[in-house]
Ligand binder design. Structure first.
Ligand SMILES: Cc1cc2nc3c(=O)[nH]c(=O)nc-3n(C[C@H](O)[C@H](O)[C@H](O)COP(=O)(O)OP(=O)(O)OC[C@H]3O[C@@H](n4cnc5c(N)ncnc54)[C@H](O)[C@@H]3O)c2cc1C
Length: 499
């Protein structure tokens, strides 16, 4: 689709939304084409929408989709644009639906402890309001200040304090969802908005969560609230080797302490990387090779008692507590850890501006050590091939209080301005290899961002097996004209089969 000034589509959209909410300028379009995931700078123009619309309600979104469906125009939903797997990047031009104007808090229900919001709001803004009622909405990604509720639904996001409160899929009770045909449905348990458990029918809430905008657009969501925690404790420990830290993080997660919200394991590559410029929080003795941080939330009495138990467990496994100041500072920095554009180093140690890129997977505790070594080998290979890449180390976050699976993330610095076609190909190959290691160890290619980016996406059918064929059937049934985010998750195959 290429829209020309005076085009009837433009005119119709202006009628639906008001002229000021239909954007055609190059800067407006480019600003909504990019996400933080790296892509060769010389190819940015390949991923530009034809226009951007800013609807203010579910009805306006429905009218836009109805029009796009009748004319077969691609539509890409966009919330904060912080997604790391290219989900909000338009691959086929068309219309970007930016939902940031749908950001009202419609209801705060203190008795049922829920709130209903437009999906263009984020947890930071919401929490500023509900804190006045002594409540919290605890979806807490590292992108907390800038990702929005709709994008969290679109990716089925991971919360860093999910062991205590659950992840996006647990915290969003129900939502209005606009189908690609423009029909509006409400998905969630029960007939009301606030039921948390029902066994009637199919679990549509989960179908319409994490689909990366390929099945429609979420516009209004009802969220679960919790009492605002009275106390927070985030002890941080140093270890002389990875294996001890690994044993300790497993023991902390398995201890069954009710206020436990999560633990993070940093490996030696990560410790080295953080040491480069961030001496305030990272202990300097070179004997420190790994770090573990735990977080607890709840009432003062519970947190203090639970904390004593965790400190005892860590000490018994060789941990050195780093003190209150470092502990509190590091956990508080969880939302701004990635604002580090000058952390890149060439092989000779020269500082260069690199963008952060991460590959994430869900890995069982028992497979973490093997996956870690295999992933670093892939990063090493890249680094030997080209100065465009730098290994920024690995994190592993616990998932459930059982400590069974971990969000495992390798961070790679990429000198994006130097990302020519050859380096891009090497990177795509590496992503495919990282995903293959995950599958070989029984994991899932993504635990939070989704997996629709070049390279890794090739292995999604392998991960899902027969489930991927069902995914093709569902896509074709719900989006008969393939207007929703076409090209993502290789779902075009659904339509090739049909003809
Ligand atoms: C510094 C940083 C740290 C991060 N840390 C985390 C983390 O800890 N945990 C985590 O889960 N993620 C993390 N992410 C990734 C990202 O923030 C999440 O994927 C987030 O859920 C995306 O939200 P968004 O509002 O930015 O969505 P967008 O990037 O705008 O969209 C993401 C996907 O959802 C689709 N979508 C957007 N809006 C809607 C809608 N209303 N209805 C249906 N589909 C929609 C889009 O088409 C796209 O496919 C991080 C990203 C950054 C940059």
């Amino acid at each position: 689709m290429t829209v020309l000034l005076g085009d009837p589509v433009l005119e119709e959209l202006r009628q639906i939304l008001g002229p000021e909410h239909v954007l055609t300028g190059k800067a407006d379009r480019l600003n909504r084409a990019r996400v933080p995931a790296p892509f060769p700078v010389h190819r940015w123009a390949e991923r530009m929408p034809d226009l951007v619309v800013l609807p203010a309600s579910t009805e306006e979104v429905a009218e836009v989709l109805r029009l796009a469906n009748s004319l077969r125009i691609p539509v890409v939903p966009r919330d904060g644009g912080t997604g790391l797997t290219d989900g909000a990047v338009p691959l086929r031009g068309g219309i970007v639906v930016d939902v940031k104007r749908i950001n009202q808090i419609k209801e705060i229900d203190l008795d049922n402890r829920t709130c209903t919001v437009g999906t263009g709001i984020n947890a930071l803004k919401l929490n500023e309001v509900i804190a006045r009622h002594g409540l919290i909405y605890p979806d807490d990604p590292a992108s907390y200040p800038c990702s929005l509720v709709g994008g969290r639904i679109g990716t089925s996001g991971w919360s860093l304090i999910g062991s205590r409160y659950g992840h996006t899929r647990d915290l969003v009770l129900s939502f209005d969802h606009v189908l690609p045909t423009g029909r509006v449905i409400h998905v969630g348990d029960g007939i009301g908005r606030k039921i948390t458990k029902s066994s009637s029918g199919y679990q549509l809430k989960h179908l319409f969560m994490g689909h990366q905008g390929t099945l429609g657009i979420a516009t209004e969501a009802t969220l679960k609230l919790f009492p605002k925690p009275e106390a927070e404790l985030s002890p941080f420990w140093a270890f002389e080797d990875y294996d001890s830290a690994y044993r300790a993080v497993g023991a902390l997660a398995r201890a069954g302490v009710a206020t436990f919200a999560g633990a993070v394991l940093f490996d030696e590559w990560k410790v080295d990387y953080l040491r480069r410029d961030d001496e305030a929080y990272i202990p300097q003795p070179s004997s420190v090779k790994a770090l573990v941080c735990a977080a607890m939330y709840g009432y003062e009495d519970e947190v203090r008692a639970g904390g004593r138990r965790l400190l005892r467990i860590a000490r018994s496994l060789g941990a050195r507590y780093l003190g209150d100041e470092i502990s509190e500072g590091d956990w508080a920095a969880r939302h701004d850890r990635y604002a580090t554009p000058l952390h890149g180093r060439t092989r000779s140690g020269q500082v260069v501006p690199m963008s952060w890129h991460c590959e994430d997977a869900s890995i069982n505790y028992t497979n973490l050590p093997a996956v870690r070594l295999a992933w670093h080998e892939i990063a090493d290979r890249l680094r030997r091939e080209s100065d465009v890449f730098d290994d920024w180390g690995m994190f592993a976050y616990t998932n459930g209080a059982t400590g069974a699976d971990y969000l495992t993330e390798i961070d790679i610095g990429i000198w994006e301005q130097r990302l020519d076609d050859a380096a891009w190909e090497a990177w795509v190959r590496a992503k495919r290899d990282l995903a293959a290691v995950t599958l070989a160890h029984g994991g899932s290619i993504s635990a939070c961002h989704g997996s629709c980016r070049e390279g890794e996406v090739d292995l999604v059918p392998v991960e899902l097996g027969g489930g991927y064929d069902v995914m093709l059937d569902i896509k074709r049934a719900i989006d008969p004209n393939n207007i929703m985010n076409p090209g993502k998750y290789l779902l075009d195959q659904a339509y090739a089969e049909k003809s």
